[in-house]
Design a protein around this ligand. Structure first.
Ligand SMILES: Nc1ncnc2c1ncn2[C@@H]1O[C@H](COP(=O)(O)OP(=O)(O)OP(=O)(O)O)[C@@H](O)[C@H]1O
Ligand SMILES: [Mg+2]
Length: 343
């Protein structure tokens, strides 16, 4: 990966609420060793909501489980609220709650309300003390009508929201949400995002969200930590990351008439491919639509020169809108390419 994107070491803030440093974890069975986390470092400030992203198997859930004390790392340092999680796991656990991927760890024979009261209770928040806040959670998560329904009779979206309510009801300053919108329909996913934003704004909790749904991350988080193959490849604010990619993605439409020494469509395509590996093109009868992602902003001069030498006329040239999903895909693709070239 390019240096410019891998700036996570700079973000290891001494005043952070959560610090993960040089985390390593390999799973071993008789047949093989899986290096789930090779070297992960990042930090999260108090009150910040960050996205932990990465392709399947990148090491996100393992990292979260190491912080929560559910998986013992091979090496590294984890600190939450100044407490060393590896030396004092019980003290650290008091500061955290989580909804883990797929696991809706609620009691299915208890109602929504009973679950909330139970899980808050085991974290030291009594019904008397937490009552108003529990009501508020039901309201924000649109669970009010379901409060007396046994969890086993809820749809999966409401089960997910109940799990979230149970985690939030513990009122811990740090919350991990691993795939919180998995299996939710569009409306429920939207509602959950709105609820998260409201909770974040009103409570300023420190939240780490892991999701493959980029709309969720782009909507609720200020910063992303992207992991790939067990390492951090990007640690940046979302607007910064997007503008980095926006300034480098261009769409050009050419009219190719093949006259007077100008190149043919096939010649242009071949030359484009060899000059700009991060490009693609689409030809229609008379036009060629080119998409180019530049590795460096200064490559725009090479692009202009390339276009000149084709002899084709430029109909339009525009910078492309880039969203988080596009930036993410590009980052993962580049990381996989660099893995191919290393091996
Ligand atoms: N208990 C385990 N035993 C053996 N291998 C494991 C175990 N847990 C995770 N792994 C492996 O570690 C790697 C990282 O898994 P992890 O669940 O952390 O990825 P992830 O980034 O959360 O992926 P996803 O997006 O699919 O949830 C994977 O190759 C996975 O198969
Ligand atoms: Mg996972």
């Amino acid at each position: 990966m390019e240096k410019v994107l891998v700036s996570h070491q700079q973000n290891l803030d001494k005043r952070a609420f959560l610090t993960v440093e040089n985390l390593r974890k390999a799973f071993r069975d008789r047949k093989q060793v899986v290096e789930a986390v090779k070297d992960i470092s990042f930090s999260v400030a108090r009150g910040e909501m960050i996205g932990l992203l990465g392709p399947n198997g990148a090491g996100k859930t393992t990292t979260i489980k190491c912080v929560l004390g559910l998986v013992k790392p091979d090496s590294g340092r984890i600190e939450v609220a100044g407490v060393d999680c590896l030396r004092r796991p019980r003290d650290a656990a008091r500061h955290m709650a989580a909804v883990l991927e797929g696991a809706r760890n609620t009691y299915w024979r208890l109602t929504v309300w009973e679950n909330i009261v139970f899980f808050a209770g085991i974290h030291g928040v009594s019904k008397e003390r937490g009552k108003d806040y529990f009501e508020y959670l039901l309201e924000v998560l649109k669970l009010k009508e379901k409060r007396n329904v046994e969890v086993r009779n809820l749809s999966s979206g409401f089960k997910q929201k109940t799990a979230l309510a149970c985690a939030l009801a513990k009122q811990t300053p740090l919350v991990f949400l691993d795939e919180p919108t998995l299996g939710l329909d569009v409306e429920s996913s939207y509602e959950l995002r709105e609820a998260l934003k409201e909770l974040q704004a009103s409570e300023g909790r420190t939240i780490v969200v892991s999701s493959h749904d980029m709309r969720v991350i782009q909507d609720v988080c200020s910063r992303v930590v992207i992991v790939s193959r067990g390492r951090v490849v990007v640690d940046r604010s979302i607007p910064e990351l997007i503008s980095l990619f926006r300034s480098r993605s261009y769409k050009v439409i050419l009219t190719v008439n093949g006259a007077n020494g100008s190149l043919s469509v096939e010649e242009i395509r071949r030359k484009l491919e060899s000059s700009f590996p991060l490009s693609s093109s689409k030809a229609t009868k008379d036009t060629l639509e080119i998409q180019v992602s530049l590795k460096q902003p200064a490559e725009i001069y090479d692009l202009v020169e390339f276009l000149r030498t084709t002899g084709a006329s430029i109909e339009t040239i525009s910078q492309e809108e880039v969203d988080l999903e596009r930036a993410f895909l590009e980052i993962v693709r580049r990381d996989n390419d660099s893995c191919g070239t290393q091996s």
